[in-house]
Design a protein around this ligand. Structure first.
Ligand SMILES: [Zn+2]
Ligand SMILES: [Zn+2]
Length: 492
């Protein structure tokens, strides 16, 4: 963490913005501490981190712990903000008898010196300060900086650190993470079961805050994990209303997408694996297939139909075998690890190389599946029809599954059409039903052919569906890494 004087580093103001002007989009205002506060020279010196003055004062000024400015901040608050542990420790030793009381002094925002140390990334001061009293409610100060390593260390050191500890105006660490687009911190907080739909004093949920801050990624993550788009704050605003009022366009885009999404309307969120979609698919398959075959078999010329009936039985059997195999196979899940592993990864990797759900280094060409809750190696897509991911280890079975599905529908469409053209042999009612079934089967061929074409294109481009999707989107780290890998492959 780089050292900079407090003047360059804005403090977080935890008072919620009921009085926020429309042009100011951040709900948790950052306060400029260069504003003149009625403080003493010594507080000014601590604020600006002027070492000569501080050094001289430590030994000479007798009542340093009584000083506070109009923000109710003491010298300790500003030293902490400037990560000045040297002067800080000297003061604690000199004023040993008042140290405990002094350390616990809260500023206007109910924050103590330790909160500002955490905000500045100086977790080692927690041990120092814990000798005098056990602080609490520190997670948010690290979450606001997207500092997952510090968050883990806080949890290790403070066993009682939970989401029940709130900041001023009932603000939680997840609210704070959303206020600064700290997506890694937010994912870890959700993983630690911090409530997603909790409201602060103004009724805002983390989703409201993410909407205000125009965080496309966080809005998606929150909704996927059960964040409600229907909670109103005390001004009767939904998260999407805030995005509209403040014209946070990325946020608006992700809300409109969610708004229209059929899955959301059917209330299949939060995302989890569900056998329901698989069952609906199997039901559809059975009705169209067995309905058609029944009607075709009931028309005359039974002898003529025997050959095609046997072919149908073979294809259906192969289809069901592939369906079961692809549904129950492991698509190539990466093993999840514990917090200790995440800690060691954070010390050696770039933050974006880590999966904050599985606590592992994101394997090559993998993606974390929100339905399976695991990272899938060579992730292609999560297929709701088979209720499983398609990835490295079941890609070829998935291709066979598509092949037999295609052959099956091709066969029953042909058999249906043949029976229909031979209409003398069929009752009127059956004729109508067979026409309807054939039309439905035809319509089903459209998405199926689309899926098959996608897979063929994937095969020839050497990319997965997901990778081609990312390539079609604006530049991200993920996109860059895919392009890099593609050029390596081409060179090789
Ligand atoms: Zn993962
Ligand atoms: Zn999946």
């Amino acid at each position: 963490m780089e050292e900079s004087p407090a003047t360059a580093e804005p403090l977080i103001q935890l008072t919620l913005g009921n009085n926020v002007e429309p042009e100011n989009k951040t709900i948790y205002n950052f306060m400029d501490i260069t504003k003149v506060h009625s403080g003493s020279d010594l507080i000014e010196a601590a604020k600006k981190n002027k070492m000569p003055i501080l050094n001289a004062s430590v030994d000479t000024v007798p009542n340093i712990y009584d000083l506070e400015d109009s923000e109710k901040r003491t010298v300790l608050h500003y030293l902490a903000l400037n990560s000045n542990s040297f002067i800080f420790n000297r003061l604690l030793i000199k004023f040993q008898s008042q140290a405990k009381e002094w350390l616990q002094k809260q500023d206007k925002y109910d924050l103590q010196a330790i909160h500002y140390f955490i905000y500045s990334g100086k977790i080692d001061m927690l041990d120092e300060i814990s000798r005098y009293y056990i602080p609490k409610n520190l997670l948010g100060m690290a979450a606001i900086k997207n500092d997952v390593l510090t968050m883990i260390l806080i949890r290790e050191k403070l066993k009682e650190e939970t989401f029940k500890n709130k900041y001023q105006d009932a603000v939680t660490p997840l609210h704070l993470a959303c206020s600064t687009k700290s997506d890694y911190a937010a994912i870890v907080l959700m993983k630690w079961k911090h409530p997603i739909n909790i409201q602060d004093a103004n009724g805002n949920t983390p989703l409201h805050i993410a909407a205000l801050n125009n965080s496309y990624k966080l809005i998606r993550k929150l909704i996927q994990r059960g964040g409600s788009i229907n909670i109103r704050n005390k001004k009767d605003q939904l998260p999407i209303d805030l995005a509209e009022d403040y014209q946070t366009l990325d946020a608006l885009k992700s809300f409109r997408f969610s708004w229209k999404s059929l899955l959301l309307q059917l209330n299949l969120k939060p995302r989890k694996r569900s056998y329901m979609q698989s069952l609906i698919f199997l039901l559809f398959f059975s009705i169209t297939n067995f309905g058609t075959i029944f009607l075709v078999q009931n028309s005359t010329n039974k002898d003529q139909n025997t050959g095609s009936f046997i072919m149908f039985i073979i294809i259906v059997t192969l289809f069901f075998i592939c369906f079961l195999l692809v549904s129950y196979s492991n698509p190539g899940y990466a093993n999840t690890k514990d917090e200790q592993n995440l800690k060691s990864l954070l010390n050696k990797l770039e933050p974006f190389e880590i999966c904050y759900d599985c606590f592992i280094q994101t394997p090559d060409r993998s993606k974390h599946c929100e339905f399976c809750k695991r990272c899938v190696i060579k992730y292609d897509h999560h297929c709701p029809w088979v209720n499983n991911c398609v990835g490295n280890d079941n890609q070829s079975i998935f291709w066979l599954f598509l092949l037999f599905l295609f052959l099956d529908f091709l066969l029953i469409i042909i058999l249906g059409i043949l029976a229909l053209t031979d209409q003398n042999t069929m009752e009127n009612n059956n004729f109508t039903i067979l026409i309807i079934l054939t039309i439905i089967e035809f319509l089903f061929m459209i998405p199926l052919l689309n899926l098959i074409l996608t897979q063929i294109r994937n095969y020839y481009s050497g990319l997965t569906t997901y990778e081609r999707l990312v390539l079609g989107k604006p530049s991200t780290k993920k996109r860059e890494s895919i392009i890099q890998k593609m050029s390596i492959v081409q060179q090789g």
